[in-house]
Design a binder for this molecule. Structure first.
Ligand code: KG4
Ligand code: ZN
Length: 335
């Protein structure tokens, strides 16, 4: 078979991205982030869809240009089918469909969360199968057993908020800009973990829960601010260090449990929160004591990007798993 040349489009949330992959090798990965949401402290869905509309053509053109590929050379067009914000997904899906129709080439629908896992196959080193992947993003927190590029099973997931959401909502309480995860990360580096009265959230099996901790943080901050109105400003670094440690410990506790239960020692992390320096550091410490081989993608492949959609589409192309022009994007796409 001729090496597939795939154009991939990601538009599930607030980043418009396009990538070109030739025979499994990434040739370009272009991203336009949307700054418009910062002032609102969260992604505003309608503004996100409009920004995707403005960005999509220049982002795709730039991805093709950087790869040195013309539209006529493409073997397939891939797009994120879900999960994500429906209005955002529709922009990428409609664009991909029109292009595939015009060029008379196959269309590939990609599951955003599976693509986060397969980000590990964009570059070396790649994990060996089976491996465990902790996928931690703004919308999801999942522990996945990966058997092959196209066979993955969810072992556990959050029953309420995603861990990225817990980072972002806590940051908002502390008056930090959106998205708050990276801000908590950098403040935490300057602080010391304190023995604040915050609970360890207990959940069944390999599932996660973060909403109880989020509420406990809110009440804790309200109590302390009542006693000292400058509590947050005076202790920001320590508060961030303490909260970050709590969130990371919850993730690692379940990851250790999964590794023990499955006897799998190839461990990967994926998704936006895997950019967190505290999580990376603690994971490497755990790896030493449990003889795990740990895989952490490059920063640009952790947060939303089209390169991960492209590598997933590459595997789907080889398996001839295409979708029709009737494929509808879905906010809650089934696994
Ligand atoms: O995967 P992603 O880019 O988008 C979703 O699919 O959700 O993840 C975004 C999430 C946000 O919640 C953001 O705050 C978080 O990843 N994040 C971080 C860091 N960098 C991004 N959280 C903690 N520490 C970081 N360094
Ligand atoms: Zn994502």
């Amino acid at each position: 078979m001729k090496e597939p040349i795939i154009l991939a489009i990601e538009s599930s949330c607030d980043d418009t991205s396009a990538a070109v992959m030739v025979g499994g090798t990434l040739k370009s990965n272009v991203l336009a982030s949307q700054k418009v949401h910062e002032q609102y402290g969260g992604v505003v869905p309608e503004l996100a869809s409009r920004a995707h509309q403005s960005h999509i053509v220049p982002v795709v053109s730039e991805a093709l240009k950087q790869a040195g590929i013309s539209k006529k050379e493409l073997s397939a067009v891939a797009f994120t089918q879900g999960p994500g914000l429906l209005g955002s997904l529709l922009v990428g899906a409609s664009f991909a469909k029109s292009l595939a129709l015009a060029l008379d080439i196959p269309l590939i629908g990609v599951h955003h969360m599976k693509a986060h896992v397969l980000a590990h196959f964009i570059e070396e080193p790649k994990p060996k199968f089976p491996f465990l992947c902790l996928t931690v993003s703004g919308g999801h927190t999942q522990l996945i057993r990966v058997e092959s590029p196209l066979e993955m099973h969810i072992l556990g997931q959050t029953i309420d908020d995603a861990v990225g959401e817990a980072f972002d909502k806590t940051a908002k309480m502390l008056g930090l800009p959106y998205p708050g995860g990276p801000h908590i990360d950098s403040w935490a580096k300057k602080g010391t973990v304190q023995n604040y009265p915050l609970p360890d959230v207990q959940t069944e099996g390999l599932d996660f829960s973060f909403s109880g901790l989020k509420t406990a943080i809110l009440y804790f901050l309200q109590r302390e601010v009542q006693k000292n109105p400058n509590f947050v400003q005076e202790n920001l670094a320590d508060i961030c260090a303490t909260i970050q440690e709590k969130l990371i410990d919850t993730l690692l506790k379940k990851l250790k449990k999964a590794a023990q239960e499955t006897q799998i020692s190839q461990i990967a992390i994926a998704g936006g929160v895997s950019a967190n320096s505290g999580l990376r550091q603690k994971l490497l410490q755990e790896a030493k004591s449990h003889q795990w081989e740990v895989f952490i993608p490059k920063f640009e492949y952790c947060t939303d990007n089209a390169a991960m959609i492209a590598i997933n589409a590459h595997f789907l192309y080889l398996a001839k798993e295409f979708v029709g022009q009737d494929a509808a994007p879905q906010a809650r796409l089934a696994w």
